[in-house]
Design a binder for this molecule. Structure first.
Ligand SMILES: *Cc1c(COP(=O)(O)O)cnc(C)c1O
Length: 473
């Protein structure tokens, strides 16, 4: 349907791909449907004068508690770029934190949303239902790991999905305790603040927090060596058994690849061992796939890499091409254990967000989004590995698909270097490349490009990141 997103073109990825790697990449063309030239273009300083004027208004109108990473006010976005109110075109290596996986203003999403808002905008699914909600649940049941009978329920945000996964697990098990892990991130509401590890900025001053939340060790291979993922799993399991009691735990909630914690990929065996322990103890195993899901890592869901079939999966972020939507999907007997009326919310599964999700999911299926994420990885990993050779501040490169990161250390030590991380990010921002930092120690640069990123912009962004390391060395 879209002349731009529909054409499959064989790209010459020349030196980046191994000789055996046959990759079909859809070429995002010179311009997107919303007429954005796919180029990095700086016409003012970053931020420019119009953004600065809006920033002054923001300071007067918006709570100081709502921070901004890079104050360029966006006018349009699509393909691989954000265009600001001053006319600068910035390469988007963040996707609004893994949300616009299908590209900003993806035409499949735009068309579905436009059709839906013209038909009706809201009924409240709990009052008068509509088919889009059911279709999104059918898609979630089909796409999440495992072929057992599943049910889904829809919400507005990731944190709300996590809250509801905990409600469902407690209702099903008739137990109270919730186990989470070090470096975990699950949101900013009261319960999810308790489940999130990092104090600043997420929790500081916002307590008291919800009770019955327990934190156990996570596998962080870069910092655990020589211990294996399995060693750490044993340690975590022992903590649960000794300090809580396996039969007291309603749910274990874990990200298969930790997002805000620093794109930490657990060591081999960790995730599967925790899932097996949950199964043996009647604990609901919840995979928080809010950041890692929907083809971000090169598979529909990152749990699959570990061969794990979670009892419940939480989704949000990439699900609806930028509209607010979240889901909890899981075993029918667990999801159906809740009394009718026990789950819901005024806007949960809004018809407009559902229409967007159906467009986004169709695009992911038709355009081989998982293959695109893998192709992005095959360009980025060798380029980042080459950077590591020249810059000893790069301690580790990790991640999967289009969810990749660099952890920065003070050379020759394991000490995190948040200052250098922030300096490299600032350099990139000034040069028109949107990058995000993250991590418990704020020393991780993370890359989450939209899967519509044209290869020439990806390569340009990488060369600017490299220059950022050179300029701050
Ligand atoms: C972003 C995120 C959340 C919270 O989602 P919101 O939509 O911001 O509430 C929860 N878990 C993970 C893994 C996330 O990345």
């Amino acid at each position: 349907m879209s002349p731009f997103y529909g054409e499959i073109t064989r790209l010459d990825l020349d030196s980046h791909l191994g000789p055996n790697m046959e990759t079909l990449m859809t070429l995002t063309p010179e311009r997107t449907d919303n007429e954005l030239a796919q180029e990095r273009r700086l016409v003012t300083a970053i931020p420019g004068p119009k953004s600065m004027a809006l920033l002054a208004r923001k300071t007067e109108a918006v709570s100081n508690g709502v921070g901004v990473t890079l104050p360029v006010f966006v006018a349009k976005a699509g393909g691989g770029v954000l265009v600001d109110v001053d006319g600068n075109s910035i390469i988007d290596m963040g996707s609004g934190i893994a949300v616009t996986t299908v590209g900003n203003a993806n035409p499949y999403v735009v068309e579905n949303v436009q059709r839906q808002v013209a038909a009706f905008t809201h009924t409240c699914f709990m009052v008068n239902p509509y088919s889009g909600y059911v279709e999104v649940c059918e898609a979630l049941n089909r796409l999440t790991p495992g072929d057992h009978a599943k049910r889904s329920a829809l919400f507005n945000s990731g944190a709300e999905a996590i809250e509801n996964a905990v409600k469902i697990a407690r209702s099903y098990t008739n137990r109270a305790a919730v186990v989470v892990v070090e470096h975990g991130y699950h949101g900013r509401t009261n319960l999810t603040m308790a489940m999130t590890a990092k104090n600043m900025p997420y929790k500081d001053g916002f307590g008291p927090f919800a009770s019955e939340v327990y934190r156990v060790p996570t596998s962080y291979p870069f910092r655990d060596a020589p211990l294996s993922g399995l060693d750490i799993a044993k340690r975590a399991i022992s903590r649960i058994e000794k300090e809580i009691g396996g039969t007291k735990v309603a749910a274990i909630v874990i990200e298969p690849i930790q997002g805000e914690g620093g794109f930490i990929v657990p060591g081999a065996g960790y995730f599967a061992a925790i899932a097996a322990f949950a199964k043996a103890n009647g604990i609901v195993f919840v995979a928080d796939e809010i950041q890692s899901g929907f083809c971000r890592t090169g598979d529909w869901f990152a749990s699959s890499y570990e061969g794990v079939i979670p009892d419940l999966v939480t989704t949000a972020k990439g699900i609806a091409g930028g509209l607010p939507l979240a889901g909890v999907t899981g075993r029918a007997e667990i999801m159906d254990s809740v009394h009718a009326g026990g789950l819901g919310g005024t806007y949960g599964g809004s018809p407009v967000a559902c229409a967007a999700a159906l467009g986004a999911i169709r695009w992911m299926e038709e355009e081989d989004a998982c293959g695109r994420a893998k192709a992005i990885e095959s360009v980025m990993l060798p380029a980042l590995a080459a950077m590591k050779v020249n810059h000893p501040t790069i301690g580790e490169i990790r991640g999967r698909g289009a969810m990749l990161a660099i952890e920065l250390i003070r050379p020759g030590t394991m000490e995190p270097d948040p200052e250098r991380t922030s300096a490299v990010a600032k350099y990139c921002h000034g040069e028109g490349v949107m990058v995000l930092t993250t991590g418990t120690y704020s020393n991780v640069m993370r890359f989450l490009p939209p899967l519509t990123m044209p290869m020439h912009l990806l390569e340009e962004a990488l060369s600017i990141v490299e220059r950022g390391f050179e300029a701050t060395g």
